[in-house]
Design a protein around this ligand. Structure first.
Ligand code: PMV
Length: 327
């Protein structure tokens, strides 16, 4: 095999209905389905180059070598691709985020989505969206939702073949915005992969999972009807449920900082005033404040007045992972 490369781009996503806990941790088969929105303009660009002269895979993120653990996760995904394509050549992987990595936005979803597309293409495979989503899932669960575009649902399934994500509405369906409110830039103390394994130590996880189909139905219907009030209610409920599981795991996970709680209070009081706005929080202290696209500037201005806010990034619904033509 001669050296051959491909480049792909993908955006991260914010979950409206969260994935927390696996039934199969090695394949990231989740305990419940989830729904998310891709975040436009926040882009990971990944180049994969299979090079017969390499003695092992190489991985650079934002121009720097990574930890052995990060390289191992990349190699595990590349091994699946090599197996599918029946090749054994090692690859050089260069991944760059156009958003500051230090601000605490998880780049694993966009990273593994872009890696799946670029690595499979460069290996000569023509995977369809479902196959790509399944492949991305094996790198990081939420990455399967960064393969399709717009508003995306991850069908939990119960094995590799039926656990994948698909689009339920295009990016132009609803002009929503995510105001990503940064309160801490420190790396999270407990990674989500460790957190998923703790979920079932909480007695609340079973109840959260049992009710997930109901919340998925409410969220899907709210998106399809562009009903912000219904979306706000189910999105905050779902985020609160996930954090309740986190607080009550053994050991307990408390990701919030005082500024996190101050933003939650502010968002709820703005909604009482009649503003369409709600919050959702992932495995960290930063808060995603969702609002209507046409009100984003006014909401960002309000957020910037709150204590402890260091930066606000905004994103509208984003498209699917895509290949980039060679320059
Ligand atoms: O894909 P992971 O292992 O990084 O897990 C993502 C977990 C949450 O961000 C907290 C929820 C979600 O569904 O994105």
């Amino acid at each position: 095999m001669t050296s051959i490369s491909a480049t792909a781009v993908a955006c991260p996503n914010i979950a409206f209905i969260k994935y927390w806990g696996d039934i199969d941790p090695s394949l990231h088969i989740p305990a419940n389905g989830s729904i998310s929105m891709n975040l436009a303009n926040l882009i990971t660009r990944t180049i994969v180059n299979y090079d017969p002269s390499l003695l092992q895979d190489q991985f650079r993120l934002n121009g720097e070598s990574t930890t052995d653990e990060a390289l191992e996760r990349v190699s595990i995904l590349l091994n699946r691709v090599r197996q599918l394509a029946n090749i054994s050549t090692f690859a050089r992987v260069e991944s760059n985020n156009n958003f500051p990595t230090s601000v605490g936005i998880a780049s694993s979803a966009s990273g593994f989505a872009a890696l799946s597309l670029a690595s499979s293409k460069a290996a000569g495979l023509e995977l369809d969206e479902k196959e790509l989503s399944r492949l991305a899932r094996t790198g990081s669960g939420s990455a399967c939702r960064s393969i399709p575009g717009g508003f995306v649902e991850w069908h939990a399934g119960d094995e590799d073949a039926d656990s994948y994500a698909y689009s339920i509405a295009s990016p132009s369906h609803w002009n929503l915005a995510d105001c990503i409110t940064i309160v801490s830039q420190e790396e999270k103390p407990i990674s989500s992969s460790v957190g998923h394994a703790l979920a079932e130590t909480s007695i609340l996880q079973a109840a959260r999972i049992a009710d997930a189909p109901h919340r998925l139905n409410l969220c899907r219907a709210a998106i399809l009807a562009c009903d912000f009030d219904q979306l706000a209610e189910v999105v905050e409920l779902d985020s609160n449920l996930m954090h309740a599981v986190m607080f009550t795991s053994t050991p307990p996970l408390l990701y919030w900082q005082p500024a996190t709680v101050a933003i939650m209070h502010a968002v709820q009081s703005w909604r009482k005033e009649g503003l369409p706005v709600c919050y959702t929080i992932d495995a960290g202290p930063n808060v995603h404040v969702l609002c209507l696209g046409e009100q984003v500037e006014m909401i960002v201005e309000r957020i910037q007045q709150l204590p402890g806010v260091t930066q606000v990034l905004t994103a509208h619904p984003g498209g699917p992972a895509m290949l980039e033509e060679r320059a």
